[in-house]
Design a protein around this ligand. Structure first.
Ligand code: FE2
Length: 215
């Protein structure tokens, strides 16, 4: 947790319009190792068999395999993804609660879910997730040196004459923030928040499952 902004006794600094990132560690759930192993096996099997996805990844110059353009309704295709969805639903509801969204009961719905298998030296440039409310990624296989997720301050284009921030400035004052996942890490953010996957400097693939919730 960050410490509150410092101010003189007769003044205060109030954070407004905050951008929030949700992080959870699913490794404590029962049968976590089995779930992770099943997800790992199933992701690799889909990558081997999904020719449309292989072609789509190649056309888009994605170094590795993503099912984003071919199979993005994973919970309908294998029960292990349905199991994962159960956990994601609970966490997405908690994040929506933390964000104090005024949503009708049961409105938050998983829209799509897809596999990413990023080869060494693979990358995914900065982007947002249009037509969605909450986006996120669950990390299955994260070898040493694998990419973190890099978030970008959404106000960058408005910083007309701001100096750079100090190298040791608090994370919530930095223009770019990195979240380094482990196997079992779940990250979620509001879908408008721009993010990218820097180069995968590991010698092994990095496997993750991304998703969007809408309402
Ligand atoms: Fe993304």
């Amino acid at each position: 947790m960050n410490t509150p902004p410092k101010a003189a006794n007769d003044a205060s600094v109030t954070p407004l319009f905050v951008s929030e990132v949700y992080r959870a560690d699913l490794s404590a759930i029962p049968d976590f190792e089995t779930l992770l192993e099943d997800l790992d096996d199933t992701c690799r099997a889909f990558a081997d068999e999904d020719e449309a996805g292989q072609n789509w990844s190649q056309q888009k110059a994605y170094l590795g395999y993503t099912s984003y353009g071919s199979l993005n309704d994973l919970p309908l295709l294998a029960s292990v993804f349905e199991d994962l969805k159960t956990h994601l639903d609970a966490h997405a509801a908690r994040f929506a609660e933390a964000l104090e969204y005024d949503l009708p009961e049961g409105a938050l719905k998983l829209d799509n879910m897809w596999i990413n298998i990023l080869e060494p030296m693979g990358t995914h440039s900065g982007h947002i997730h249009p037509h969605s409310l909450i986006s996120g990624t669950f990390y299955v296989h994260v070898p040493d040196g694998a990419s973190a997720l890099k978030f970008e301050d959404p106000r960058l284009t408005s910083f007309m004459n701001s100096p750079p921030r100090k190298a040791n400035a608090r994370r919530d004052h930095q223009a770019f923030v990195y979240e380094a996942p482990q196997p079992g890490t779940l990250l979620m953010w509001e879908s408008w928040l721009r993010h990218e996957v820097p180069i995968n400097l590991s010698e092994d693939v990095r496997i993750s499952i991304s998703f969007n919730y809408s309402w």
